[in-house]
Write a new protein. Structure first.
Length: 288
């Protein structure tokens, strides 16, 4: 009797395992549209590729266009997940709820915004005040911040970018009582983080910013400090995680309400050990 009981338990366990496996496959087998932040596009694509290898029946498309574009697509019902390098604005939340959507926010990774110049540029560190002067246009020549004479070419992401908004709110802002200032009228608005990286690599007088996942030897990373006499720090995983790098931020996924089906299966993967290892591999900072 005892051996029959053990066999029955083993059989029941196998049936339950097959049923669970089948339900997970069904949950992960739908199609998913992920859209938004250019900072996060490589991360989203890496997650999607790894997930589809585990779930061959799943179909996923990951596209950029900026955080605002992704959030607008979520509100308009043309994507399932919005990737965003900024939190949703109150007005966006109101607009979503007017369409019967209650966005759910998930912090999926952390990022440091790197300030970069051409490797030939001798400037290696800048304070927040110097960054404000450069990006707002009151400092226009590299000799004003310890470099060689030459007109500073300011590069920024376009206004729909979450990175643009974050940089504007955290670097150009002069005080809590004031709203963020504006970028210099001469600033060149670039369509993507990669466009900034490419221009800085070619232009000895250029300065720009992007998420630390784009850092490469073709650009020189500037150490920054909140105060001129403060500690100057370059973005690194450890310094972002411990809050020592002063231009750090969360990266978000937004879903249309509580995630279900394929969206939930994908989020479970993102927060899994493998999903967070992908975050590290792409030079972002894991949240787990």
């Amino acid at each position: 009797m005892r051996s029959k009981s053990k066999c029955w338990k083993a059989t029941l366990g196998a049936i339950l395992a097959v049923a669970l496996s089948s339900s997970l496959a069904l949950a992960a087998g739908g199609s998913l549209q992920i859209k938004g932040s250019d900072t996060m596009i490589s991360l989203g694509q890496a997650w999607a590729e790894a997930f589809m290898k585990k779930n061959p029946v799943a179909m996923m498309a990951v596209t950029g266009g900026g955080s605002g574009t992704g959030i607008a697509a979520l509100i308009n019902g043309t994507c399932d997940v919005a990737e965003s390098s900024r939190s949703m604005k109150p007005a966006e939340m109101v607009q979503a709820k007017s369409k019967g959507i209650t966005p759910k926010e998930f912090k999926v990774a952390l990022d440091g915004i790197a300030v970069v110049v051409n490797p030939k540029n001798p400037v290696s560190r800048l304070s927040f005040e110097e960054l404000r002067g450069i990006f707002m246009g009151s400092l226009t020549d590299w000799k004003q911040v310890g470099g060689k004479p030459g007109q500073i070419v300011v590069l920024s992401r376009e206004v729909n970018s979450g990175t643009h908004i974050y940089f504007k709110e955290h670097i150009l802002r002069r005080g809590k009582e004031k709203g963020p200032e504006e970028f210099a009228p001469t600033a060149l608005l670039m369509s993507s983080s990669q466009a900034i990286a490419d221009e800085v690599a070619e232009n000895p007088n250029a300065i720009g910013y992007y998420g630390m996942g784009y850092i490469s030897p073709k650009q020189k990373v500037i150490a920054v400090a909140k105060e001129e006499q403060g500690r100057y720090v370059k973005p690194s995983i450890e310094d972002v995680r411990k809050g020592r790098y002063p231009i750090s931020r969360p990266l978000y996924w937004y879903t249309k309400g509580e995630p279900q089906g394929t969206v939930k299966a994908m989020l479970d993967f993102v927060f899994s050990k493998e999903g967070q290892e992908i975050v590290s591999q792409l030079d972002f900072v894991p949240v787990k």
